[in-house]
Ligand binder design. Structure first.
Ligand SMILES: NC(=O)c1ccc[n+]([C@@H]2O[C@H](COP(=O)([O-])OP(=O)(O)OC[C@H]3O[C@@H](n4cnc5c(N)ncnc54)[C@H](OP(=O)(O)O)[C@@H]3O)[C@@H](O)[C@H]2O)c1
Length: 350
């Protein structure tokens, strides 16, 4: 197989580190450049000691200078914070390098909504319309044709996969959806903050940004497309004392009387060509540990007959399925590879 050179901008972060894990075993991609402003000049093994004495460990970390990175790369993964990715993406696209952006900068189609939730004015609204939204189960064709893919957020990945089939099949009322999510601490990134110190996270559980989290408009945008109606989501994430993993419990009002088993069959049919989404059998519910380090999204389906609600419980790994694994799936499609190349074997990891 002819390997394609790919670069990681932001290799010292958690998603950058996860990209190295996945790409180092990928048969179609070669890591050509890795960047960090703070660690430029070091070998990658100095930054990530688990790469000691491997060929990737010897890679030199460089500054995130697009001209330098573009020289030898066909595609770049931007694993940097939101608001920092947009200028980088524009420069890479101008040099003819394809982009998979792990940040939120190109996920929201409407620049006004982006500014409302993320703060600054979008500097490259002209690119917003070109970016495919990177959920391969829904947008494989658009992703394959795109020069830039907006990799979805980790919470939105878990929630969109959980509710999309029900909304698409007209089973739910679009208003009044409630999502309660739990995430491990790696979701907050690697930059040290008081709130993610061991003693602040261990042995406790807390909500953050209830009703105001930035992933809300992304969920509403994509779920509205599923049913062609204005979906509203009340979203509250919680920080739990684990390193990685997300469990989202989604509650929605059913629009008609339908059995749990019928809904399960609708979901299985919707995802029949997508083995990464596993619909649990009756009386089985997903757990984060069964998706750890993989591309799986496990869905548990429950009908609460008393209240007329559908409850979908969704588990993913935030760093793999919710970020870097999904980014590699999108890169696969953009480079003409099978979507699962280099990813399906991750299922065999503990
Ligand atoms: N963590 C998750 O579970 C997760 C899931 C889905 C999506 N995401 C998104 O993925 C992106 C990366 O997340 P992360 O958790 O890996 O973050 P992180 O751990 O904080 O790492 C950020 C990386 O970006 C680099 N960086 C920071 N500012 C930069 C700038 N202005 N220009 C170039 N490089 C810069 C940092 O290195 P230097 O500062 O040394 O340059 C570092 O390597 C974020 O947009 C995040 O929202 C994260």
């Amino acid at each position: 197989m002819n390997k394609k050179n790919v670069a990681i901008v932001g290799v010292t972060g958690y998603t950058g580190m996860e990209l190295v894990r996945i790409l180092s075993a990928h048969p179609g991609f070669e890591i050509s450049a890795v960047t960090s402003r703070n660690c430029a000049g070091q070998a990658l093994q100095e930054v990530h000691p688990h790469l000691q004495d491997t060929s990737w460990g010897m890679l030199a970390v460089t500054v995130p200078e697009p001209d330098l990175v573009s020289r030898d790369s066909e595609l770049v993964f931007l694993a940097v914070p939101h608001c920092k990715a947009m200028d980088l993406a524009a420069s890479f696209l101008e040099s003819g390098v394809k982009v998979v952006d792990l940040s939120a900068d190109f996920r929201i189609n409407d620049e006004k909504i982006y500014t409302q939730w993320y703060g600054p004015k979008h500097k490259h609204p002209e690119i917003l319309g070109k970016a495919a939204y990177g959920i391969p189960e829904i947008y494989a064709q658009e992703i394959a044709e795109a020069s830039i893919t907006a990799n979805p957020g980790c919470f939105p990945t878990s929630v969109i996969l959980a509710l999309y089939p029900a909304l698409k099949n007209g089973l739910l009322q679009p208003g009044g959806i409630i999502v309660d999510s739990k995430s491990g601490a790696s979701g907050a990134g690697r930059v040290p903050k008081t709130g993610t110190l061991f003693c602040e996270v261990a042995d406790s559980l807390r909500a953050y940004s209830p009703g105001r989290h930035r992933h809300t408009p992304e969920m509403e945008q994509e779920l509205s497309k599923a049913c062609d109606a204005d979906v509203k989501v009340s979203f509250s994430p919680h920080l739990v004392p684990m390193n990685r993993g997300i469990l989202s419990t989604c509650y929605a009002v059913l629009d008609k009387k339908i059995s749990e088993n019928e809904i399960r069959q609708i979901y299985k049919k919707f995802y029949r060509k997508n083995p990464w989404v596993r619909v649990m059998p009756q009386d089985k519910l997903p757990e984060t540990r069964f998706t750890r380090g993989t591309m799986f999204c496990d869905l548990g389906i429950v009908v609460d007959e008393r209240t007329g609600r559908l409850i979908v419980i969704s588990c993913i790994d935030n760093l793999c399925r919710g970020a870097s694994g999904q980014a590699v799936a999108n890169a696969n499609l953009m480079c003409g590879f099978d979507v699962g190349l280099g990813l399906d074997q991750l299922a065999l990891m503990p």
